[in-house]
Each structure stands twice: as structure tokens, then as C-alpha cells.
Design a protein around this ligand. Structure first.
Ligand SMILES: *Cc1c(COP(=O)(O)O)cnc(C)c1O
Ligand SMILES: [Zn+2]
Length: 409
């Protein structure tokens, strides 16, 4: 497997650079750090630099140098689905869905868990930890188990039963907490400073975030480097959005694509701090939020990552928009019925936002649009569907079949 081209950590605010150690922010200005790479090597070698399948195909562009530290459950390499019928329903020329529900724990989080847990090994940590509304917790726990590390997972009490079961099965320690999710993240972020565990949270760790960058590389390879005009990414604190935008930027710098696509940040209307700031042209004002069906997007205070998202949007002609819970559930049903993709509410927020933007004529209907569908529907809780037929013997079954086939006629 190929060596990593990662070179250093660089402060996104003041530009100070640091060697590739476990460091979460800039010493000088407390700014967030991003990883830099020897992109000239990518430019020279082109796609031939990439070998193998799945996430670690992009190992040269990831910061885990020693192959022995890399961990995998088969993440990445998810399908890019061309959806002409759904495109017709939404009124857009071409719609591609990057279906990340196909990852091992059913969400986009597996991309960042692979590099987070790889980094924990790289820096000699035995204990990983994260605060989660369910997806990050089950993903980090699964990857930690796979790597032979411990996991201390804090899960939100409103987390759905399938996610709780998943975490209970995989975590070495699972704690259910009550109270405000955003507050717990802030308190937990402070505990990180005591180095009791490796930071697998979304707020600061550049190594963790980096795994999600592979979304951009995969979309590029899957389209033969003829990228969509617009990419819609979900945003809670912004890790997925920032990482994807960074990936496109690297591809452009290495000359593999002419320019990065236009990025849309998609939020739940009940957790839309970034969208509000974008619309008003102001800094982000943290929100106290309640429940949204898009559980994975329930962040009222996106912190410094939120500022980074805004900066990328403003630099790159981007757009931020949101969708109400009922629109998200409607998009979920539409996607399942029209294309057979069963995604969770968090996973389809991008689709609901895209539908709204097209309906309100904020996007060109002649465009090719890619939406990241970040979660399977199999981790969601829902009441059982109402019964619509009972068969108890050959006659009753025959009657049901005849009724339904006549109706389908
Ligand atoms: C966490 C999550 C996201 C996005 O969160 P970011 O912190 O903004 O990256 C999107 N979709 C799902 C399913 C998630 O679990
Ligand atoms: Zn700095």
C-alpha cells in the first residue's frame, strides 16, 4: 500500500504550520488545523497513484502513514446512483445520489471513524471517545472494536432504538446522558485536554475529519473526473461539508479537475444556525434547539467548524439552505418509492433541501446535481405500518393477490 503524502498541519486562520502530531488547534491563535499534502506528487502521478478499493484506496491522501495503523470494515466505495426518474420529479436535468448508507455501520461516519481510529493507533492511544446522537457513537465503537481499542461512548437519550442496540453491541462503555446535546459536547471538548482518551468528536480533530474527504475523490473517479455542477452536502457541525470541499479543492490544485463544484450546505430547519448566518450575512449565532427527525444534524452550535463552513460557502459561490421535518420525511418516502433507496431522515435532508431550492428557482434546472445521502433507513425508529391485508389460508391469499393485481392493472 502506498505511502501517505501528508506533510503538516496548518492553521486555517493564521497559517502557522506544525509537524504531524496529535494537535487539535493552533498554539498562536487557537484556530482549527487542516492537513496539507504533497499535491505535486498527485499531479505528477495522476489517478495511477490510487490503488485498491474502498476508503484506503485514497491512503496517499490520508494522514495515517503506517499501513499497520489503518483499520477497515469495508467502508467507502459507495455507489453513485444516477436517478433519472427522481430527477424528473424534482425538475432537474440530472441527479446523482452518493449513497453513503451503504457503509458498514450505515452512515457517512464510517469514513471519519476509519481515520479517527487509525490516528488513535498512530498516536498510541488505547481509549477512544465521542459524544453522539447515535451514528458517530455506533461507528466509532465499531471501528474501535475492530482495531482492538476501547470506546467510551456518550449517547443522547433520544437516540433511536436501532442505534442504541448497535452501540450497546459494539461499545466497551456506553453512557446515556440527559440534557442539552450541545452543552455536553462543549463540556466533553474540555475533557479532551486532559488526554484521558483520543478525541473522536467532530469539533476539532483534523485526522478524523480527513476520512470524509474521500467522498470528493470517489465522486470524481465515479464521474470520470467530469464533476457535477453542484454538490449538496449535509451539515451538522460541518465536518462532512468541509472535508468534501477540501477534497475537491485538492483535486483542482492537482489539476485533475478544472474547478471545484458549487457546494450547497443542507441543514434541518430546526438546527439551521449556519443557514441563518448565511442568509443574513452575519456571523453564526448559536441556537438552542429541540428535536428534529434529522437526528444526525441536531447541532445548534456548530462552533468554529461552522465559521469554516461559512467561509468556504462565501469563497466558493456556495449556498446554504434548510428543510422542515415534514419535507424531510416526504423526501424520504419519495426516494424510497421512486428509486428504491431507503435512507434515514438525516440522510435525505440534502434531498429535501435540493427539492426546495429547485422549487424556489434558486438552482439552475439545467444543472447536474449530486446529493450526498448520508444514512441508511435501517437505523431509524418508526411505528409499524398499518395492516392492509390478512391471509390465513389458500383462498384468502388468492383473494388478496387477485385484488392487488387488479388494482395494479
Ligand atoms: C453526522 C452526520 C452528518 C453530518 O454531520 P457533520 O458533523 O456536519 O459532518 C450527516 N449525515 C449523517 C447520517 C450523520 O450521521
Ligand atoms: Zn493560528
Amino acid at each position: 500500500m502506498s505511502a501517505s503524502l501528508a506533510r503538516e498541519l496548518r492553521c486555517i486562520d493564521c497559517g502557522a504550520s506544525y509537524p504531524l502530531a496529535y494537535r487539535l488547534e493552533c498554539d498562536t491563535c487557537r484556530g482549527l488545523l487542516e492537513l496539507t499534502y504533497d499535491l505535486a506528487r498527485l499531479e505528477a502521478a495522476g489517478p495511477a497513484l490510487l490503488t485498491g478499493t474502498g476508503l484506503w484506496r485514497y491512503a496517499p491522501l490520508l494522514p495515517i502513514a503506517d499501513p499497520a495503523h489503518r483499520v477497515t470494515l469495508g467502508e467507502g466505495g459507495t455507489p453513485l446512483l444516477d436517478c433519472p426518474r427522481l430527477a424528473g420529479r424534482l425538475g432537474v436535468r440530472r441527479l446523482l445520489l452518493k449513497y453513503d448508507g451503504a457503509n458498514p455501520t450505515g452512515t457517512v461516519k464510517d469514513r471519519s471513524s476509519a481515520t479517527a481510529v487509525g490516528a488513535a493507533r498512530q498516536f498510541g492511544y488505547r481509549l477512544t471517545s465521542v459524544v453522539s446522537s447515535g451514528n458517530a457513537g455506533s461507528s466509532i465503537a465499531a471501528y474501535a472494536a475492530r482495531a482492538g481499542l476501547r470506546s467510551l461512548i456518550f449517547a443522547y437519550e433520544r437516540t433511536s432504538a436501532p442505534k442504541l442496540l448497535h452501540m450497546q453491541a459494539t461499545a466497551s462503555d456506553l453512557i446515556i446522558y440527559r440534557g442539552v446535546y450541545d452543552d455536553l459536547i462543549t463540556l466533553w471538548d474540555r475533557l479532551v485536554e486532559e488526554h484521558l482518551f483520543f478525541d473522536c468528536g467532530a469539533s476539532r480533530n483534523a485526522y478524523k475529519q480527513e476520512g470524509k474527504k474521500t467522498l470528493a475523490y470517489e465522486i470524481a473517479e465515479q464521474t470520470g473526473f467530469r464533476l457535477p455542477d453542484v454538490v449538496v452536502a449535509p451539515v451538522a457541525v460541518g465536518e462532512t461539508f468541509i472535508a468534501t470541499a477540501r477534497g475537491f479543492r485538492e483535486l483542482a490544485r492537482a489539476g485533475l479537475i478544472p474547478r471545484a463544484p458549487r457546494m450547497v450546505a443542507a441543514q434541518a430547519a430546526r438546527a439551521n444556525a449556519i443557514t441563518r448566518a448565511f442568509r443574513a450575512g452575519t456571523p453564526i449565532a448559536p441556537l438552542t434547539i429541540g428535536y428534529t427527525v434529522a437526528e444526525g444534524l441536531a447541532a445548534g452550535n456548530p462552533g468554529r467548524k461552522g465559521d469554516w463552513v461559512l467561509r468556504l460557502l462565501r469563497e466558493g459561490d456556495g449556498l446554504a439552505a434548510d428543510a422542515e421535518d415534514d419535507e424531510i420525511l416526504e423526501a424520504q418516502r419519495l426516494l424510497a418509492r421512486v428509486e428504491g433507496v431507503w435512507a434515514g431522515p438525516t440522510g435525505v435532508a440534502t434531498l429535501a433541501v435540493l427539492r426546495r431550492l429547485l422549487a424556489e428557482k434558486h438552482l439552475d434546472p439545467g444543472a447536474t446535481v449530486c446529493a450526498i445521502i448520508s444514512e441508511t433507513g435501517l437505523k431509524t425508529e418508526a411505528p409499524l405500518p398499518s395492516r392492509t391485508g390478512i391471509a390465513f389460508d389458500a383462498d384468502s391469499l388468492r383473494r388478496l393477490v387477485h385484488e392487488r393485481t387488479a388494482a395494479a392493472g
